[in-house]
Design a protein around this ligand. Sequence first.
Ligand code: NAD
Ligand code: MG
Length: 398
Amino acid sequence: MKPQQLTILGATGSIGISTLDVVNRHPQQFSVFALTAASNVEAMLPLCIRHQPEFVVMVDETAARQLRAQLPAHLSTQVLAGSQALCEVSEAAQVDQVMAAIVGAAGLPPTLAAVKAGKRVLLANKEALVMSGQLFIDEVVKSGAQLLPVDSEHNAIFQCLSAAAQAEVGTMSLVDEGISKILLTGSGGPFLDLPLAQLEQQTPQAACKHPNWSMGQKISVDSATMLNKGLEYIEARWLFNCQQAQLDVLIHPQSIIHSMVQYADGSVLAQMGQADMRTPIAHCMHYPQRAASGVEALDFTRIAELTFVAPDLQRFPCLRLAQQACWAGQAATTALNATNEIAVAAFLNNDIRFTQIAEMCDRILQSITPRDFGDIDAIIEFDQQVRVQARDLIRAVA
Ligand code: NAD
Ligand code: MG
């Protein structure tokens, strides 16, 4: 069989590198068409040499120039610059699969370009779906793109669905499937048991030290505030077409179960595995087949216990805000995502304290009036407005 041509958006990131690790294990099945990154030349150069993609996109022009100068002469890889090129390598006719693994709202345009071109889209970039919701799903339906969830929880839920439901991501009927509830699990992050009074003084370094998963900085901070679980709650709502009563969050500190689906007859299906993103990535890349991912099977004799507890919304106000925003409409979820991106960047830069991330999200959400968006451009414009408002707020509080 002809190898699948793959574009990896965000190739130098944590998900991008794990995706290339899976590619390495199956050289006959996958061929890298394009790799993209924001600006990290040092990280991109060895990936180009190893995978010899047809195209590389560096969003930053200077980085693109530097990479061109450093590429060995025997490589025919073309280096493109600018964010428009991200869309071009996502929608190119040769491409079969697009791994959407850019962090944040910057991933929306190229992910959507892949969707509109009817590709198989492996969605890690949850922010893209959170900020565009129904409009994103509408585009999936319109183009017939195959949307597969990479986020470990959503991938777990997907694995616990019937084949018929798997073919209808975004539009399935949970009731017709006999599903009474989706149970989204989360570890609770590094601050699950920290005395509440100490939350305020937590440093970026402490926030990024996740007990179970190794991830990029932004999602690591989101895991510490549990806004990551909040974004995932919104992501699940769209992927699995949930009503409010059909979606719950459960803390499971061991991260062995990656999420569960509860059926009307009382059965609960769970997907389990190591906390290693290569499992959901390989699942999506090979779907509906199964293939080696480099991840070892669980050894149940070494698992002491599986525990579960309801999330403490006082400790994790960001989770509460996201759950409220989810049912308040698109303006709320777009605004929450934009504010959080600005707040997390400010926290990582030591401009605001850890607890101010939630305060900022709360302040901005309170100022939002519900509204509808006719198209994605209107959403992106609104996202930009909220970012200006959020930056003003930082100047006022920092
Ligand atoms: P990361 O920070 O490690 O990597 C981000 C990638 O995006 C890099 O290649 C970077 O160059 C690129 N990028 C950053 N800003 C960009 C911009 N403005 N324009 C174009 N490219 C840009 O992030 P990550 O941890 O790999 O996460 C990527 C996405 O996957 C996020 O949406 C995250 O929520 C999701 N995700 C990650 C994990 C994980 O384990 N890391 C798990 C589930 C979901
Ligand atoms: Mg996740």
